[in-house]
Design a protein around this ligand. Structure first.
Ligand SMILES: NC(=O)c1ccc[n+]([C@@H]2O[C@H](COP(=O)([O-])OP(=O)(O)OC[C@H]3O[C@@H](n4cnc5c(N)ncnc54)[C@H](OP(=O)(O)O)[C@@H]3O)[C@@H](O)[C@H]2O)c1
Length: 247
């Protein structure tokens, strides 16, 4: 059976750890050539790159922040020159921070909104040129259950993740005419990544409200990503898909 993403080139932001890492591996297993960026974790990034190169013909890692506009443009140019375009963009890079509103500093708010929202804007803008030229593309933005449902989560995180839903819908409408679809995923609490800082009591409360009675895994979310960004998913656009085991 042919693989879902054979012949496709994907860029995953924040690929070095957690969910982004699982997404890179899932896309490569489905036949895509995978590029990813990260901001600091050089060791884990190199390990992932070596793993990806066992799975796919070509893989690239870039130490470039999603807030570095020039770095993003250089990265996209480098992938474009080697791979002849980017078919798939997963705007996954993000941060979390557990802090109540009363203790939140202005810098906390700005850092959260920048990394989670402005990062998706800058990366999408950098990649879109190649997709518009090709008249095809798939963009997937990583929101969170905290952005689409009332949850006990830090308000700057809720606001940033809700912004990605709006970003998805606006962009989907704007660029559908170029054959590009834009969708959004809203996972609940997962076994790795930002959720490791969620206090045990809050995790237990989440699990008690979840019909499946457990948190999700990054591998489960990555499998959904692989399908959503594939050509077999042809009529979904502007959608936000909730993946929470039934909360
Ligand atoms: N884990 C969950 O339970 C959960 C649930 C719902 C949604 N999400 C979302 O899933 C996404 C991934 O989160 P995660 O849980 O996997 O967190 P994570 O393990 O902390 O990984 C975050 C990734 O983003 C990268 N990153 C952070 N700031 C960056 C920047 N300025 N430029 C480039 N890369 C940057 C990190 O790179 P470095 O390694 O270099 O720092 C890392 O690769 C986030 O958008 C998060 O909100 C997670």
């Amino acid at each position: 059976m042919s693989k879902l993403l054979e012949g496709r080139v994907a860029l995953v932001t924040g690929g070095s750890r957690g969910l982004g890492r699982a997404i890179c591996l899932a896309l490569a297993r489905e036949g895509a050539d995978v590029a990813f960026n990260y901001s600091r974790s050089e060791g884990p990034a190199n390990e992932l790159l070596a793993e990806l190169r066992k799975l796919t013909k070509r893989a690239w890692a870039f130490k470039v922040s999603v807030l570095d506009k020039k770095g993003l443009n250089d990265m996209v140019r480098a992938i474009d020159e080697e791979a002849g375009g980017i078919d798939i963009l997963v705007n996954n890079a993000g941060i979390g921070q557990v802090v109540p509103l009363a203790l939140m500093e202005e810098e906390d708010w700005d850092r959260m909104m920048s990394t989670n929202v402005k990062g998706a804007f800058l990366t999408s803008q950098a990649v879109l040129r190649t997709m518009v030229r090709a008249k095809r593309g798939r963009i997937l933005n990583m929101s969170s259950l905290a952005g689409v449902k009332m949850m006990l989560a830090p308000v700057h995180y809720c606001a940033a993740k809700a912004a990605l839903k709006g970003f998805t819908e606006g962009l989907a409408k704007e660029i559908a005419r170029y054959g590009i679809t834009v969708n959004c995923l809203a996972p609940g609490i997962l076994d790795e990544g930002v959720a490791v800082n969620v206090p045990d009591g809050k995790k237990a409360e989440y699990i008690s409200h979840c019909a499946m009675g457990r948190v999700g895994t990054v591998a489960e979310v990555a499998e959904v990503v692989a399908f959503v960004v594939s050509d077999r998913n042809s009529y979904m656009n502007g959608a936000t898909i909730v993946l929470d085991g039934g909360v």
